[in-house]
Design a protein around this ligand. Structure first.
Ligand SMILES: *Cc1c(COP(=O)(O)O)cnc(C)c1O
Length: 384
């Protein structure tokens, strides 16, 4: 048993993935070729969105999304403190101000109640947008957020990095897949190896708006387009219309993304089976993320809460179970303290952070490995 090394998340690269990469590496296009488009079309179909744009990583995707929302210097955006820093950083890239609203103590998602309170405590027009996060793979109820956003004329960027394949059921009994663009203006996914779909680095932006789609396409490639070419122009003609970036994904990464995507449905099913087993083992004994009815969790993470977090963390690490903490609240990171969020009153987030622990959760986690994790946690509680 001691030669087990169990991480909290792990990619799964198989022969079909390697074959797809090799084939593309031997083709004419390493980048800006047909695999990017194919990946975008397949991804858009998978999450039921009209448009998808592949990007070099989700952080770049969030940056382009904020720019597509026309965020200007000094404009204010609300997000959750319990997320990866990139959900907030994108606002800073555009010179905007990040405001944090507290989380729900049971789902750990950005609390709509707290967002509403924050918005209503300020004059109309004070905030421009909201960035909710499908934290741990649990889909945010974006129908409710859209209603609130419409009342106050706000845009919504869904950070769906944890949730490809997750969905909630809306009030008209429709399945709403994370990133489908029906309620949020744009959504962003990550293909970092610890997420569901591994491309090394990579990301995808989805939207149902043709205008936003075209704006993001332009910004992804330097702001350069050939669209205004007329008969009078030579074939080399192009225009740089905006100050854009090079945030492209390569063709061989896209080829990998396509094979990875084709296995995601099964992967999410496996993640849900693993979650069921953890829940059965811990029900009534250990608090874990609340799963409201009427949704399908993509289970990037399985988060538990414990009074003895440091002790349990150390104990599991010493048993080669590499649990993790998601996340140190963003407002407590030195950069955000420096710009003045130290005194933010985010008590649910603080309380959550003092207790949270992410257990191993990935499709290739074997029964034997999961039994070992559960047994070690039970051992810990028997002795403490
Ligand atoms: C991973 C992650 C990101 C950033 O993704 P990259 O592809 O690594 O840039 C952003 N938001 C959340 C919630 C994430 O988990």
């Amino acid at each position: 048993m001691t030669d087990f090394k169990i991480p909290y998340g792990r990619q799964n690269i198989q022969q079909d993935d390697l074959d797809a990469i090799t084939k593309t590496l031997k083709s004419d296009f390493l980048t800006q070729g047909p695999k990017v488009k194919e990946f975008e079309e397949k991804f858009a179909e998978y999450v039921s969105a009209n448009y998808a744009v592949a990007v070099s990583n989700a952080t770049a995707g969030l940056h382009l999304s904020v720019l597509a929302m026309n965020l200007k210097k000094g404009e204010r955006v609300i997000t959750t403190p319990i997320t990866f820093a990139a959900s907030a950083n994108c606002v800073r890239y555009a010179g905007g101000e990040v405001w944090f609203a507290d989380i729900d103590p049971d789902t750990y998602l950005l609390s709509i109640k707290h967002v509403r309170k924050l918005i209503e405590s300020k004059p109309k027009g004070f905030f421009k947008g909201i960035i909710p996060v499908d934290f741990a793979g649990l889909p945010v109820n974006l129908e409710e957020f859209r209603a609130l956003a419409n009342e106050h004329d706000l845009w919504i960027i869904e950070d769906a990095c944890h949730a490809p394949g997750g969905y909630f059921i809306d009030s008209s009994n429709q399945k709403q897949f994370c990133g489908n663009g029906n309620y949020a203006d744009v959504a962003v996914f990550s293909f970092h190896p610890v997420k569901h779909i591994a491309c090394g680095e990579g990301g995808m932006i989805t939207t149902n708006s043709k205008d936003i789609y075209q704006k993001i396409l332009l910004l992804r490639t330097h702001g350069i387009t050939k669209n205004n070419m007329s008969e009078n122009h030579g074939g080399w003609f192009y225009e740089m219309q905006e100050l854009g970036f090079n945030y492209r994904l390569t063709d061989f990464q896209s080829a990998l993304g396509i094979t990875q995507l084709s296995k995601n449905k099964k992967g999410v099913e496996k993640r849900n089976n693993i979650a069921e087993k953890y829940k059965k083992a811990f029900e009534g004994k250990i608090k874990f993320q609340h799963l409201p009815p009427n949704l399908y969790n993509a289970h990037h993470l399985f988060v538990i809460e414990t009074d003895k977090r440091k002790e349990l963390y150390d104990f599991l690490i010493s048993n080669n179970i590499f649990v993790q903490i998601h996340y140190i609240p963003v407002h407590n990171l030195p950069y955000y303290k420096m710009i003045g969020y130290e005194n933010a009153s985010l008590t649910n987030a603080e309380q959550y952070y003092s207790r949270c622990l992410s257990l191993p959760m990935f499709p290739t986690l074997s029964d034997e490995e999961q039994n070992f994790v559960i047994r070690k946690i039970n051992d810990f509680y028997d002795k403490n």
